[in-house]
Design a protein around this ligand. Structure first.
Ligand SMILES: Nc1ncnc2c1ncn2[C@@H]1O[C@H](COP(=O)(O)OP(=O)(O)OP(=O)(O)O)[C@@H](O)[C@H]1O
Ligand SMILES: [Mg+2]
Length: 455
């Protein structure tokens, strides 16, 4: 939380106000000149600035005009007797209140409290607005899930600092939504949020996309181009799908993450930027490090804070809230039985899948309520079978073994299985043996995910 800055060249008055405000629990700084005031306001985060109009080195009004657009702090102007016209001018210049000397401390306190309240409301509005005017305004962070509550706590503390954050989670869990919210809640909210989709940039273009290039850096580089990190200056750089970055680029990226400086391709000059880095991945970066596919020093740098976003099936209690939100736009309702059905599904595509499903069902349902049969069958029958049978999608190898086990049970002989599959008896034997080894007794092996313990 910010504090109060007293800008007053009458030292005894300034000391007195400072003492009283401290007694009330405020954090207080005080300066005696305009120049000092400018420096303090630019560098620190104040809620209220008490500004005497008559300063020794400059007119308080000039200071007000210069500094009020640069800070969110509220200015309370202190004027001498007979300065009433100046006070009006001060209000026009952006002051939120003025107090005439001599004044009682009570009046000052009321004014400060009002200013703080005003500032907090403004801030709240700003945050809300930034969500409302988002291209994707259907976002909610309301939650009943303890796991997601923890995520939100981490989001808040990440927003208050500049540390590098790594967001981990399955596809559609809201990694980008969370990254944007960290940016919007942070002091960088008015600066750019730049997304680098590491999975879609071809390897040979990576360096120039990220760091830009000078004119003539290579054939076709007819003009200087700024890279994404330069465009993000002052704001947040979101490295999406960071697990997809080619190894050759990882060392260049590491250097940038460490120093926040880089050279454009074909450029000599070292350029420094001030960006916060948020990365996201749905891959197991630790496993990639073990396999030599991801640099451990890069991982160590980007995950100063790690936020694991739970999949939707682990925060089922939020499904009703999200469904309500997504239904609103379509003015449709949903029956409790249908909600229950949705809560029993495993949602491999997470929130994105839920939203798409609700949209589709809303558009196709004729009545006031969305039709139950339209929920889930966004999928083909096969998909439903897989999604409901397996909590984790099976590999090709798993499927092969499960299918062979199924055929053997159904057809009863290796010959028939081999015939159906169009392969040799030896292959069928080998596969059945493999299945038996993984399962114990084939006779009792059911045709489900349990068959291969791929839960
Ligand atoms: N908190 C939320 N409230 C409402 N909708 C959400 C929320 N989080 C995510 N969504 C929905 O899910 C979609 C996917 O979110 P997002 O793109 O952030 O996921 P992701 O984890 O980055 O997915 P991927 O790994 O596929 O890139 C969003 O477009 C939005 O529709
Ligand atoms: Mg994403």
């Amino acid at each position: 939380m910010g504090g109060i800055l007293i800008v007053e060249d009458d030292e005894s008055l300034s000391r007195l106000i400072e003492k009283k405000l401290r007694e009330k629990g405020f954090r207080v700084d005080n300066v005696g000149s305009g120049e000092e005031a400018k420096k303090f306001i630019a560098e620190r985060n104040y809620e209220v600035v008490l500004l005497d109009i008559r300063l020794s080195d400059m007119n308080g009004l000039d200071l007000l005009r210069e500094m009020s657009p640069k800070t969110n702090a509220k200015f309370i102007v202190i004027t001498g007797y007979g300065d009433i016209n100046t006070a009006v001018e001060a209000m026009r210049a952006g002051a939120s209140d003025f107090i005439q000397k001599p004044f009682s401390f009570d009046i000052l306190e009321v004014s400060i409290e009002r200013a703080i309240k005003e500032k907090r409301l403004e801030e709240e509005n700003r945050t809300l607005k930034s969500f409302l005017f988002d291209k994707d305004s259907e976002i909610t962070f309301e939650t009943r899930s303890p796991a997601f509550k923890k995520v939100l706590e981490l989001v808040e503390s990440a927003a208050m600092s500049d540390i590098n954050v790594l967001l981990r989670g399955e596809t559609g869990t809201g990694k980008e939504v969370i990254a944007r919210s960290i940016h919007k809640l942070s002091d960088r909210r008015d600066k750019p949020f730049i997304v680098v989709d590491c999975s879609s940039i071809p390897e040979h273009l990576f360096e120039s996309e990220l760091f830009g290039h000078e004119r003539g850096a290579y054939t076709g580089a007819t003009q200087r181009k700024l890279g994404l990190v330069e465009l993000a200056d002052g704001g947040t750089l979101f490295l999406d799908e960071i697990g997809e970055i080619p190894l050759t680029m990882q060392s260049k990226l590491l250097r940038f993450v460490e120093t926040r400086s880089f050279r454009r391709v074909g450029g000599l000059r070292e350029i420094k930027v001030n960006v916060r880095i948020i990365s996201a991945t749905n891959r197991d970066l630790n496993a990639m490090v073990r396999k030599g596919e991801f640099r451990s020093d890069l991982l160590y740098r980007i995950n100063t804070m790690e936020i694991e976003i739970p999949p939707l099936r682990e925060r089922k209690e939020d499904i009703p809230l999200l469904v309500e939100l997504f239904l609103k736009r379509f003015r449709k309702k949903i029956k409790p039985e249908t909600v229950k059905l949705l809560m029993n599904y495993s949602w491999p595509g997470n929130i994105r899948e839920l939203r798409n499903m609700i949209e589709r069902a809303s558009l196709l349902s004729k009545g006031e309520y969305i039709d139950e049969h339209l929920c889930l069958p966004n999928h083909t029958e096969n998909e439903i079978c897989f999604e409901t049978l397996f909590s984790k999608l099976p590999s090709l190898k798993d499927l092969e073994l499960i299918y062979i086990g199924y055929l053997y049970k159904k057809l009863g002989s290796v010959d028939k299985v081999a015939q159906t599959l169009g392969c040799s008896r030896r292959t069928v034997f080998r596969k059945l043996k493999e299945l038996r080894e993984r399962n114990g007794n084939l006779e009792n092996a059911p045709l489900t995910h349990n068959a291969l313990n791929i839960n």
